[in-house]
Structure formats: C-alpha cells, structure tokens
Ligand binder design. Structure first.
Ligand code: SAH
Ligand code: SF4
Length: 428
C-alpha cells in the first residue's frame, strides 16, 4: 500500500519539476512515507529521523517531510516532537505537495492532513521506481470503515472509496505495454470494491474479469480480502481465468470465536472455515495465506489454542504473524485493556511461528515433483547463476538460469524445497 502511495507521490512531484534521486546525500527534500499499524513501525521512523540529523548538519538546507499514516495520526504533534521535520502530509493530501515544498523551501513548517471522501488519485499514473519492470501494484480503492477493534487504518486513511474501473484497466494495459507481466490490485478490503454507474455497478469480481481480459499473459493478483465478504462469485471468476493467480490472502486474525467478536471482525471460525472450503471447492490448487495477531486483549490460553487449531485445519502456505500492539484511538484503546503481558504475547507468537514453519515446509514438500509455470522476476539473491520467479500460487521458485530472461514464463519442475522456497529445474 505504501509503495503504491510513494509511486503516486513520485508522479505528482516529477510532474511539478522535481527529480527522484538515488543517493540521499544529494537530496534537497527527504520524504518519508510511514505506516502506523503497529507501534514498532512508528519507532523505526523516529530512529530514522534521529539518524538524519547528521545529514542535516552537513546540508543545512535539507527539508524532511513525513507522509502517510503516521503523519495523519499525529498531525502537527509530530512536528512539535520532531524538530527536524518541516512538513506533514496525510494520505489524501499528496496533490498539495508541490505547493507545500515551495513554502517549506522558504522556511515555513506546514501540515496538510485533511482526509477526503472522494480522493482516489485515479488520474495519476504512478511512477514505477525501484521496480523489477515485471510486477507492479495498482491501488483500486482507498480507506476502510470496518473498524476492527485493534486497527488504526480507518482513522489514518479515512472512509472507503473505490476508483473508477476504466482508469484501473487503463493502468493495467499501460503496464502490460511497458513489459510488466503481473499486477496486484490493492485495497484494505478489495471484496467491497464497488463503482456506481448508471449503466450498472461494477463490483470486485467484475473488475477482476475486466483486468484479466487486458491480456492472457498479464497475471492478476489482489490483496487483501476480508473473510466476511469473500463471495462465491469472486471464486468463480478466479476459476474462469487462468491468468488470475490462484492465491488468496485471507487474514484470520484469531481462531477464537470470542476474540473474533471482540475484534469486531464480523465472522465466526465456522464462517471462516466455510469460506476456506469454498476456496478448496472452486480452486483446488489455490494457496491460502493469512495474517494473525497474538495476544489481543483478554486472550486466554484457550483462545490461543483455538488459533493454533485454526492453523492446523487450514494449513496456510504463508502467514504474517504479529504481536498485538495497542494503537491510540482505536476501539480497543478506548474500551479494552492491553492485559496480556509481553512475555506471554511473545511466547504465543513464537508457538504460532513454529507451527506455521512446520506446515509451510510440509506444504512445500508436497510440491516436489510437480511442474509449475513460473513468471521469472530476476536473478536469485544467493547466486547469479540462478533465477527466481513465482508460480500462480505466489510461491518463490529458484532454478538454474540457462538463457532465460526475467519477464519470461517458463515451466519449472520442483526438485527440493525449504519452508520458504521451492528449488527446481527447467522443464519442457
Ligand atoms: N485490511 C487488511 C489488513 C490491514 S493491516 C485486513 O483487514 O485484513 C495488516 C495486518 O496488520 C492486519 O491483518 C493485522 O493482522 C495486523 N494488525 C493491524 N493492527 C494491528 C495491531 N494493532 N497490532 C498487531 N497487528 C495489527
Ligand atoms: Fe484494519 Fe479491519 Fe480495515 Fe483491515 S478491515 S484495514 S484490519 S479496520
């Protein structure tokens, strides 16, 4: 999400005559895009700001700006706390950046943090920097109003709004023409994507079909889908198109019915497992990944065991696993207590990580001997004699390079694996 936003900011500022540079020692303005989802994300930014003081002592004219969710959450308070910050820009105010830089350059300190009900940056073609030239993100909606009890996003990114589908399809087409071969459609809850049109509304399944039709050689992925809204209609569209990747990220957060209720997730473990069964039915080869939080307010050992149980039943291919972090202004902060001691949170998280490690390895072992179509993304980090890419299930596959180029589709037969990677050889 943040990368997609940085690409929009890059585009706005480039059009205004600014240039992106590689070397921070040559910068006149430093813009830091931030996340506020957990406290440690914010602590990392504070540390970075302290480190940047040395650079500012050398280059006294350099101005630093904070963008994104941490800017939105703290507003001018952040400028009071961090003396070397000159400007603060919330996620819906990026269009004002060129004007702001002008004033900031004259010595003013400024904050623009108004949230919008309509801003989608639909007309802005993001600048793809730091790109492999093959995979790209397309933001299809902004904001969220699900108000999960632990989550700061509804407060930092405002109300949910969808972007005009035509501009999304055009962006996908333009990327394909530039050589890109995979797009990931992004939103906090893509299942509730909806564009109102007199000729007929466009929902997420229709949008997926429209993007898949851009070209059969363009792979389409999406993130994130909320379990409460994962429809059979979407699964059917995924089954209908070979180029829609068979991978669903379906954050579970907890396996306990009581905790899910307290989290305001609006589904039960039964409902969640029913959706998992539906995925298996429509898309037998689909991989499933998740997010989970250990140690939410009042979580008992029994609740924690229910989470481990959920992991054993679903057998996720990958999971993002977090310790609960109390965030200011959320429902949890106002009405619940952060009552699970840190060492208990850590132990529970470690138990989930260990279990998930075993499951991922066993899942990968089942792939040995199979042949997958792989979109080659680049040279492997380990050896320049090897390339890496992903299969439709989003699993990384490493193989000997031959005379294959990044951007090509190749068939790779898996010969061995680790919990994180499949290793294979070119088939055909
Ligand atoms: N919109 C997505 C997730 C966005 S945030 C969804 O609803 O699934 C990404 C992940 O961060 C969440 O899925 C959750 O697991 C985690 N997260 C969010 N707030 C958190 C908090 N306060 N403490 C720990 N993890 C949190
Ligand atoms: Fe946060 Fe819930 Fe919205 Fe995801 S759906 S962004 S977890 S409030």
């Amino acid at each position: 999400m943040n990368l997609a936003d940085s690409e929009i900011v890059g585009s706005i500022l480039t059009k205004a005559g600014y240039a992106l540079i590689r070397n921070i020692d040559e910068a006149d303005f430093i813009l830091i895009n931030t996340c506020a989802i957990r406290d440690n994300a914010e602590q990392r930014i504070r540390k970075r700001l302290r480190e940047l003081r040395a650079l500012q002592r050398q280059r006294t004219w350099v101005k630093i700006g904070i963008l994104g969710c941490m800017a939105e959450r703290l507003k001018t308070q952040l400028m009071e706390e961090e003396e070397n910050v000159s400007f603060i820009v919330g996620p819906d105010a990026y269009r004002q950046l060129p004007d702001m830089l002008h004033h900031v350059n004259d010595g003013e300190r400024m904050a623009e943090t108004l949230l919008s009900d309509t801003e989608t940056y639909a007309d802005i073609e993001p600048i793809r920097y730091d790109t492999n030239g093959i995979t790209a993100y397309i933001s299809i909606m902004r904001g969220c109003q699900n108000y999960c009890a632990y989550c700061v996003v509804p407060y930092t990114r405002g109300r949910e709004r969808s972007r005009n589908p035509e501009t999304i399809v055009n962006e996908a087409r333009s990327l394909f023409e530039k050589g890109f071969r995979e797009v990931t459609l992004l939103g906090q809850n893509v299942n509730s994507y909806r564009w109102h049109d007199p000729a007929g509304d466009v929902g997420f399944p229709q949008l997926m079909a429209m993007v898949a039709q851009v070209n059969p050689l363009l792979r389409v992925r999406f993130a994130t889908s909320h379990p409460k809204d994962l429809s059979d209609e979407l699964l059917q569209v995924m089954a209908d198109y070979d180029n829609i990747c068979k991978c669903i990220h379906l954050p579970v957060q907890s396996g306990s019915e009581r905790i899910l209720k307290l989290m305001n997730r609006r589904y039960t473990p039964e409902w969640y497992l029913d959706r998992i069964n539906a995925i298996r039915r429509y898309l037998p080869t689909c991989s499933i990944t998740t997010d989970v939080i250990a140690g939410f307010c009042t979580e008992t050992e029994e609740d924690h065991q229910a989470t481990l149980d959920m992991f054993r039943r679903v057998r996720y291919d990958y999971a993002y696993m977090f310790k609960f972090s109390m965030r200011p202004n959320t429902y949890a902060e106002k009405h619940l207590q952060d009552d699970i001691p840190d060492d208990v949170k850590t132990r529970r998280l470690e138990e989930i990580i260990a279990l998930q490690g075993e499951i991922a390895l066993e899942n990968n072992q089942k792939e040995v001997g199979k042949t997958f179509e792989v979109l080659v993304e680049g040279v492997s980090h380990r050896s320049d004699q090897q390339l890496f890419g992903r299969n439709s299930q989003n699993k990384v596959i490493v193989f000997d390079r031959g005379d294959i180029q990044p951007g090509q589709y190749v068939n790779v037969r898996v010969t061995r694996c680790t919990a994180a990677t499949l290793i294979g050889e070119l088939a055909n």
